[in-house]
Ligand binder design. Structure first.
Ligand code: PA5
Length: 447
């Protein structure tokens, strides 16, 4: 079970202040479950883990097996919520150097990503690496109209069709999109791709447990049933009738709001295991896009420790005191590695000989926590028993649930993202997209 330790925030938020938020957090939790809050059309994720059927999982696994059979690389195309969940889980659970691993040791194809940026060099180098390899593709876009993935898919589709011919290419492509709307749905139906529908009532950043996340994750050889099972356990233990004292999602949400009210405007998600880097990227989108609106919201940032202790660590320790830190800690590593003795001991590290590298990391974590708390940075600690499908499922559902509660406590609609449209409008005007003539004329006067 995911463990939440809030004891190192109590210097900033008192137990009485937290207890005073009990009512507000409980009302927010109940509003989520009753569907009576803002954005209630987008609550499909709430009971998703316990409602995914064995047949749904089997379809995902069978499609992943078919797509991966003989493929060396599966390119997953998507951005934002159509990308980050899968990337987070795959990075956390795969070999760090999978791309360099002996092919015979790999149980699954390499999963690479595209459509999450518009980098010409990125795409050109990806296409270069795909030459001569057996490639399959999953293209994901809920709206079916997002520019970044559409652009990448145009390039990959053309590569697949040229390499394998149109008929074979269509067997190597799976599209995940709206059930009836959008350009990707029309194209998939016309071309005859296998498709999965993204439920109308689940927004991108809450979609990791739909085919959006599960299909790419299954292609990477990861057990999606265990991921869903972990999430289902968390769904039960953070339910509407679970009291605040036992409900860690409500507690985390309440604490964030209490810290925000004390001027802690930035939450830094820190990990001491680099495999969690993209879990933090996923988390930043989840909270940043859900709460950053109406002139309010905690700014979400992330650091990889101990790496970033040698860069941003200075700011966290001594900079402006508007930060609090949430540390993701993993109790048990996958591997064991001890420090070897050295007869000359020129580096002076013989006092560590025979001890685990993880012990050094653990003491760095503890030392950092105490230093940051002393420096005025309240510290929330989330401990995972290990890094597995099950614990990641628990963690992701926990964050989703707390995000819904926290957004309602803040008074915003956590399920919309009106702010992401502004850049698109300007970009289309600057690119002179048909239909944007007025905007083009107006924007040209500003540049
Ligand atoms: O969370 C969200 O809704 C967004 O981040 C979207 O996932 C992202 O913009 C991609 O949208 P789409 O899946 O429609 O291409």
């Amino acid at each position: 079970m995911l463990h939440l330790d809030i004891s190192k925030t109590l210097g900033t938020v008192s137990a009485a202040e937290l207890i005073a938020l009990y009512g507000k957090a409980t009302s927010a939790l109940r509003a989520l479950h009753a569907g009576s809050g803002k954005g209630s059309d987008f609550l499909g994720w709430l009971h998703l883990p316990t409602s995914i059927s064995a047949a749904d999982i089997a379809d995902i696994q069978a499609t992943a097996a078919k797509l991966s059979a003989g493929a060396e690389v599966v390119v997953v195309i998507g951005i934002g919520g159509s990308y980050l969940g899968a990337k987070a889980v795959i990075d956390a659970l795969s070999h760090t150097f999978a791309a360099l691993q002996d092919k015979s040791k790999r149980k699954a194809p390499l999963v690479l990503f595209a459509g999450q940026n518009i980098g010409e060099d990125y795409l050109a180098e990806l296409m270069e690496i795909l030459q001569g390899k057996s490639v399959a593709c999953i293209v994901i876009s809920k709206s079916g109209t997002t520019t970044e993935p559409a652009l990448a898919f145009r390039i990959i589709k053309s590569f697949l069709e040229q390499t394998y011919g149109k008929n074979e290419a269509k067997n190597r492509i799976v599209a995940i999109t709206d059930k009836s709307r959008g350009a990707l749905r029309s194209m998939a139906d016309k071309e005859g791709y296998k498709t999965f529908a993204i439920p109308d009532n689940i927004g991108g950043r809450f979609s990791v447990l739909t085919p959006v996340g599960l299909l790419p994750i299954a292609c990477a050889g990861i057990d999606v049933a265990a991921l869903v099972q972990g999430a289902a356990e968390m769904e039960k233990s953070t339910g509407a009738n679970v009291p605040f004292e036992e409900n860690i999602a409500a507690q985390y949400a309440a604490l964030r709001n209490a810290l925000y009210a004390k001027g802690k405007k930035v939450e830094v998600l820190a990990n001491f295991n680099p495999k969690l880097h993209f879990v933090a990227e996923w988390w930043k989108q989840l909270y940043g896009e859900s709460e950053g609106k109406d002139g309010k919201g905690i700014f979400t940032a992330s650091v990889d420790f101990t790496t970033d202790l040698h860069s941003l660590g200075q700011y966290v320790q001594d900079g402006e005191r508007m930060l609090f830190e949430t540390v993701l800690s993993v109790a048990k590593t996958k591997h064991r590695l001890t420090v070897p003795p050295d007869k000359d001991d020129l580096d002076g590290l013989n006092f560590l000989a025979g001890r685990r590298v993880d012990e050094v990391n653990r003491m760095a974590e503890l030392g950092t926590q105490l230093a940051h708390v002393d420096g005025g940075v309240p510290n929330i600690r989330l401990e995972l028993s290990d890094l597995s499908e099950y614990t990641l499922g628990e963690l992701m559902y926990f964050f989703e649930k707390a995000c819904g509660i926290s957004g309602y406590m803040l008074g915003v609609n956590p399920f919309d993202q009106p702010g992401v449209e502004a850049y698109k409008k300007n970009m289309f005007a600057l690119l002179e997209k048909p239909g944007y003539e007025k905007e083009t004329e107006a924007i040209k006067k500003r540049i």
